[in-house]
Design a protein. Sequence first.
Length: 434
Amino acid sequence: MPPPVARISQISKYEGQEVELRGWLYGKRSSGKLHFLQVRDGSGVIQAVVFKNEVPTEMFARADHILQESSIVVRGTVRADKRSPLGFELGVNHVEVVHEAKDYPITPKEHGVAYLMEKRHLWLRSARQNVILRVRHTVEKAIRDFFDEDGFTLVDAPIFTPAACEGTSTLFEVPYFDLGKAYLTQSGQLYMEAAAMALGKVYCFGPTFRAEKSKTRRHLTEFWMVEPEVAFMDLEEDMTLAERFICSIVQRVLDKHEREIREVLERDTSKLQTVKPPFPRMTYGEAIERLNKAGHPSKWGDDFGGDEETVLASQFDRPVIVHRYPADLKAFYFKRDPADPRVALGMDVLAPEGFGEIIGGGQREDDFDALLGRIEEHKLPVEAFEWYLDLRKYGSVPHAGFGLGVERTVSWLCGLHHVRETIPFARMMERITP
Ligand code: 4AD
Ligand code: MG
């Protein structure tokens, strides 16, 4: 009877037993009577020790010539090993090559990121990228769990849309039969507003698109966003929701990945342990004062870019919320502050350590006439927004929500300089392959 097939992540359950592992050769070293094969199976890496006296002569000789990333099957006994990061190794009695990989283009030597992005389909196999993809998975699961457990209903928003949500300058156009042009969605928000009036608490979670002509470390043309929207919620409650939400994601990621983030990604995880409520909150006006005090000259009306966000966020050990931006800087749908009509009831959550804005959101205009005026001021096609205006005709209520970008969040949690490594296949101005 062949031994049971095990996954490396579950290997502790098999201590002292014989198992079969199916995977790829990650690395290898040899010393006369011993070959040390680093075997990865997608769930982890284990050292498989091939001892000359424990396998047939031919198999031992073959094991010395297996090339990096060849697919292999190994069988052997699971042994505790205190020196290995995994805590276990495999004493091999059988090795076989499924497919030989010749000249694998990513060798253990250092490659530049441009080269690695070109080979992204293979780069995903490396240890760092493995951890990042697993953290992303956990972030997405934590997002779903948070809202599902809080009484929200997941409502999928369309990808083809007839009009802009976040401003016309970043729309991707798509030809759409006899109806002319459609656009790839920039945000599901407007549809979530309709859904919130139907279901009370809703969220969408999917890809969004921005034809942003900016080649920064924080911008992708295709990124994933989660957008909750809640009826009868105001800006203050929206900020509290965002705070609870972020804390739950951070806690989940620490619970599951603290060690690999620290050891494999070499990110200082003590900087994540401090992410607890309450987050500091300040108005845009206060933020401008702080920027000036910090030696970064700014005046009312300036928009914040990466530099301003970094100066502000670096003053705190947890995310900071900036609210009530000048309405002119913000999208058409924000409600004005009744106490100061120059400002919009919007907020951004800025991640610490220079990772930038991870959340944007706020309270929506719920008055028909004010909203219609805003659509006209922004020179948006009123016909395309008639359905949206309807929501202000039939039982309009105060409501609010926000959008959190998955890639910005993962880059912060993993301590990655550029968002391109946080998504399996990045889409940027200068990249659409692989
Ligand atoms: O601030 P944004 O543009 O907000 C909205 O789209 C709202 N409609 C959301 C809502 O209220 N429902 O985008 C929200 C978040 C940003 O904070 C950022 O994390 C991410 O989406 N984001 C990007 N991530 C990667 N690349 C880009 N080009 C991004 N643009 C925004
Ligand atoms: Mg924003």
